[in-house]
Design a protein around this ligand. Structure first.
Ligand code: KG4
Ligand code: ZN
Length: 334
């Protein structure tokens, strides 16, 4: 089996991982603190931070795995989706390294990788299964027929689930990213105290922008009456918002699983860390007779381990990126 170095740089985490014989030997992540003060990821700053972090992160990943560069069989990298500048930094690094080592290059789709993170460790779901990917940038329902055969059957038409957490948390004055803070406070609160609208979409799509707006108007009205409203009701507000997001996700998940007769249900992406969502999914599984799969936390948030896992599947399938031949017919080499 191949020894693969993988690089992830799609958003604000710089990560490198080494996979040997189908096992992750290292998965190094450098998170970028610089965005906290701005309350969101600033793309230009993200690209610059990737440039600073990439070489030390790759060096650490190789060192931790005990693998020398010349023993690599392939280099994998996140091709997209993601922030263009961030992707370019990781992509150019991977291309250059593969060229210098004369090893094949593997271009990985970030969303596919979030799903295939389920194959890094036991227990692994059996094909076909249904995966709900919930992150800061995406919300998707995907039927996974094999490692390389996936169909997106539903996705958000506006904000992602993680964005819904982060944007409503911001309105409550919580630090960025708000998801984990909101989760923690929600544990002490009443989830049915403030009823917010559940985004009801036809089919399997999602919508979260209505919730954001509803919370904004609700807070405006209540704060006008009592300036301390948010501070006095913070746990109940968090619990109610979280409850609404979870209901929105479960509604479509339940419908998709039922319609497609799927009982292996997988959760992927950073929002899979949410304690309320995990509990709600386990409760639903007991009712629906589902088997639920959630990767270890380090493989839920953005990480190069999942890129290495996906690159491994692509390597076995002979799916390599060609970097020596341009796909642009207008390119004239003289
Ligand atoms: O997958 P991820 O690390 O990056 C993207 O690809 O976007 O996901 C990050 C998102 C953020 O929106 C963050 O607030 C959210 O995951 N998140 C959570 C929790 N932990 C992370 N949201 C709710 N509850 C959590 N415990
Ligand atoms: Zn992601």
């Amino acid at each position: 089996m191949p020894t693969i170095l993988a690089i992830e740089s799609s958003c604000d985490d710089t990560s490198a991982a080494v996979m040997v014989d189908g096992e992750i030997r290292s998965n190094v992540v450098a998170t970028q603190q610089v965005h906290e003060q701005y309350g969101g990821v600033v793309p230009e700053l993200a690209s610059r931070a990737h440039q600073q972090h990439l070489l030390p992160v790759v060096t650490a990943a190789l060192h931790k795995a005990g693998v020398a560069k010349h023993n690599l069989d392939a280099v994998g990298f996140t091709q997209g989706p993601g922030l263009l500048g961030s992707l370019l930094v990781g992509g150019m690094f991977a291309k250059t390294l593969a060229l210098a080592l004369n090893k094949p290059l593997i271009a990985v789709n970030h969303m596919r990788a979030h799903i295939l993170a389920h194959f890094i460790e036991e227990p692994r779901p059996a094909f076909p299964f249904l995966c709900l990917t919930v992150s800061g940038g995406h919300t998707q329902l995907v039927i996974v027929r094999s490692a390389l055969d996936m169909e997106i059957i539903g996705q958000t038409i506006d904000d992602a689930a993680g964005e819904a957490f982060d944007k409503t948390a911001k309105q409550l004055g919580l630090p960025y990213p708000g998801g984990p803070h909101l989760d923690k406070l929600a544990r002490e609160g009443n989830p049915t105290r403030f009823p917010f609208p559940v985004g009801a979409m036809p089919g399997y799509d999602f919508s979260f922008s209505g919730l954001k707006t509803a919370v904004m108007y609700f807070l405006k009205k209540e704060v006008a009456k009592n300036p301390d409203f948010v501070q006095e009701n913070l746990p109940d507000l968090c619990a109610s918002i979280q409850h609404t997001i979870i209901q929105t996700l479960l509604r479509q998940l339940r419908r998709a699983a039922h319609d497609h007769h799927l009982t292996h249900i997988a959760l992927a992406g950073g929002v899979a860390a949410n304690s309320g969502l995990r509990q709600a999914l386990q409760d639903e599984a007991a009712v629906q007779n589902w088997q639920v799969f959630i990767p270890a936390f380090q493989y839920c948030t953005d990480n190069a381990g999942m890129i290495a896992m996906t690159a491994h599947f692509q390597y076995e399938a002979g799916d390599f990126a060609t970097q020596l031949v341009s796909s642009d017919p207008r390119l004239k080499l003289v």
